[in-house]
Write a protein that binds this ligand. Structure first.
Ligand code: SAM
Length: 273
């Protein structure tokens, strides 16, 4: 798509909701006046989860529903997606987007995911969870402000005191880790994708490191999605960093992003270092 302007330095990328239109129809429509856009990196989590039509899914922190509706499209709108959201206003937005996109397999529910009982009978078939919890959003903010800021590499190394993890990031990281451990309790679960739009290692590799041992005890291993993608987790912060996906706002032409896939059966065991 055309470059959007001086304050959004990356090219824009769109995902086609194939429930509603074909790629060709979308291309024709895009030639009309500028549409809303979806970010390229934010399409990675649903693809990494790789749900099949007919699966039973949970989207743990769903609003406004970009990834929920993407999952429904990947599943050809067959199966089920329970989409939890704890904020009533954001739930309304989720409901509106679900209705507009035709994802009839999606059931939006007002709930604190951490208060949901994964062992309740209605969740006994849940095979996969997409977990895109609240995060610092530092990847999105940075990519919008790159013309003011040092490079992502500097930020990752903590090159500026202002970008070092603070109390808020620490609290978010603990919440994120708690969500992963909670999600791993669904009895039939075999895939879990954890994603953030943060560049803070504490919310990314740090969270994976915090849950890795318990995940392994439950039979989950880190899978390496997108084998051709060159940018992986920051080495030295977690065992199996090369199986994690990072997207760099400076280098990859989209927002800063992070994706981890926990899978049963697939992938080799990661030994604690
Ligand atoms: N995946 C969404 C998308 O692609 O459109 C974006 C999710 S946003 C990063 C995180 C969402 O999780 C927010 O809407 C927030 O209100 C919600 N949330 C935060 N804590 C939650 C909890 N404990 N249970 C359910 N939802 C929660």
């Amino acid at each position: 798509l055309p470059h959007p302007g001086p304050h959004t330095p990356h090219p824009r990328t769109a995902r086609v909701n194939t429930i509603k239109m074909s790629v060709q129809e979308a291309l024709d429509w895009l030639r009309a006046p500028p549409p809303e856009h979806r970010n390229k990196a934010s399409c990675m989590p649903a693809h990494a989860l790789a749900p099949q039509p007919g699966w039973a899914l949970v989207d743990a922190c769903a609003a406004p529903g970009n990834k929920t509706t993407h999952l429904a499209a990947l599943m050809a709108n067959r199966g089920s997606i329970v989409a939890f959201e704890k904020d009533p206003k954001r739930l309304e937005r989720l409901r509106a987007i679900v209705a507009a996109t035709g994802g009839t397999i999606i059931s939006p529910q007002l709930a604190d995911f951490l208060a949901v009982d994964p062992e309740a009978p209605q969740y006994r078939h849940v095979q996969a969870v997409l977990l895109d919890p609240s995060c610092s959003g530092s990847g999105t903010a940075f990519s919008r402000m790159d013309y003011l800021l040092p490079s992502s590499a500097d930020r990752l190394k903590g090159g500026r005191a202002g970008w070092l993890p603070d109390k808020r990031v620490e609290a978010l990281a603990q919440f994120q880790a708690a969500c992963i451990l909670h999600a791993l309790r669904f009895p039939a679960l075999h895939r879990l994708v954890y994603s953030t739009c943060s560049v803070h290692a504490r919310e990314n590799e740090g969270v994976v490191a915090a849950v890795l041992e318990e995940a392994a005890q439950r039979g989950f291993r880190l899978e390496a999605p997108f084998p051709g993608w060159p940018r992986r987790g920051v080495e030295g912060l977690v065992a199996g960093a090369e199986r994690l996906v990072r997207v760099d706002a400076d280098e990859d032409g989209t927002d800063g992003f992070f994706v981890a896939v926990f899978a049963k059966k697939e992938g080799e065991a990661v030994e604690e270092e």
